[in-house]
Design a protein around this ligand. Sequence first.
Ligand code: SF4
Length: 72
Amino acid sequence: MKYKIKYDKSKCIGAASCAKIAPDTWKLDDQGIAVQLKKEFTDEELDKQTKAAKSCPAHAIEIYDEAGKKIV
Ligand code: SF4
């Protein structure tokens, strides 16, 4: 199954936990705001990606499955 990551940059407060958990998907820019490096992933990354999304204190990261169901 494929999953989509939705990111609302305007909510990001630079907590950096997303980049710590999933550095292949999130990095911080010069202002300390997260930049999304990846928009889709598959099952083997589900654990890591949901952890990263859930770690965001600003709820800036959402994950949806193929059917459009919200997972995080
Ligand atoms: S965890 Fe959330 S608030 Fe922190 S850098 Fe990532 S997107 Fe921004």
